[in-house]
Design a protein around this ligand. Structure first.
Ligand code: G3H
Ligand code: 13P
Ligand code: ZN
Length: 317
């Protein structure tokens, strides 16, 4: 059942975080729905601009609608990830999305506010909620590369002013994470003190943590043992820290890279072990349950596992 992101946030805030996972194809959708139903967790299906270009928006919508029929127990929202203004409007007008993210964080504050405000006005007129971003994460965001040193943590006072002026419904904050497989060097990590400061100024307001993949070292090692050349020092967010972020207002946690690593590991190992193989359905069949297991594990870390009956009840009120 597709529900509004706003309803999910109301139920989740302070209790658990909702996993927001990017999908680009059928196999990811099957594993995502299977895993969340198994874990009894609500979730958010995210579609990036890149996914829309790769798979075609209508194809993605058809995949998600089919998955909804195959998994009638699933409770989820559909969200545009890192949209520009025009893509936000396309998604708002499509009538399929529960929420959109306008990412104008690379613009100066006032322009970020103005762009977000325009998207909010169009989205709210249709009952769709809007995530915006303030501050700069490290790593690569769509086509914007930000080197780790220049990544700027979100300023708490600015966050308060931004939400008041833009009218956005949730805010992606830079609190130490970055996109992709190479997040932390040395001892960097999540800035809980910064989260607490932001929450103080925005009590009850849902914060979003992008760049939240864990980049498990075992996964990287298996990929490299099967012919990959990922940097073995690749490090991500410690998923055991999600539980500490939840009471500080982190309500949505974005995970994409980890799913790509599962895909790469399964496919590299399969073709390493079956060099004569060329039927992609064989590794695809292995990927779906492997991805579902991965989702189950994340749901436990996000504290969303087992909440589905309570979420269903709260939504019915
Ligand atoms: O933050 C970006 C997401 O991981 C989506 O990546 O733009 O390559 O689809 P993508
Ligand atoms: P990761 O690259 O850490 O998976 O982050 C994904 C993300 O933030 C999508 O918006
Ligand atoms: Zn992101």
């Amino acid at each position: 059942m597709i529900v509004t992101t706003a309803d999910l946030f109301k139920i989740a805030y302070g209790n658990f975080a909702i996993g927001a996972y990017n999908i680009n194809n059928m196999e990811q959708a099957l594993g995502l729905f299977e895993g969340n139903v198994k874990a009894q967790a609500p979730f958010i299906v995210q579609i990036s601009k890149g996914a829309r270009q790769y798979a075609n928006p209508r194809m993605l919508e058809a995949i998600i609608r089919a998955a909804e029929e195959l998994y009638p127990e699933a409770i989820f929202a559909v969200h545009l990830d890192h949209g520009d203004e025009q893509t936000c409007y396309d998604c708002i007008d499509s009538g399929f999305y529960s929420s959109v993210m306008i990412d104008a964080s690379h613009h100066p504050f006032a322009e970020n506010v103005a762009i977000t405000r325009r998207v909010v006005d169009r989205a709210h007129a249709k009952g769709i909620s809007v995530e915006s971003e303030l501050g700069m994460l490290g790593g690569v965001e769509e086509d914007i590369a930000v080197d780790e040193k220049n990544a700027m943590l979100t300023d708490p006072d600015e966050a308060k002013a931004f939400v008041a002026q833009s009218g956005c419904d949730s805010l992606a904050v830079a609190i130490g994470t970055s996109h992709g497989a190479y997040k932390f060097s040395g001892s960097q990590g999540l800035h809980f003190d910064r989260m607490a400061e932001i929450q103080k100024r925005l009590p009850g307001f849902p914060l979003v943590m992008h760049g939240s993949s864990s980049v498990p070292q075992e996964e990287v090692a298996r990929i490299n043992a099967a012919g990959g050349k990922l940097n073995p020092s690749a490090k991500g967010v410690d998923a055991n820290q999600f539980a500490r972020a939840v009471p500080l207002g982190v309500t949505k946690v974005n995970i994409d890279t980890d799913g790509r690593l599962v895909w790469t590991r399964v496919h590299r190992e399969y073709f390493r072990d079956h060099p004569e193989g060329f039927d992609f359905r064989k590794p695809g069949t292995l990927f779906v349950p492997a991805y579902a297991d991965f989702i189950v594990d994340k749901s436990h870390k996000l504290l969303s596992a087992g909440t589905l009956p309570m979420v269903r009840e709260a939504l019915a009120k």
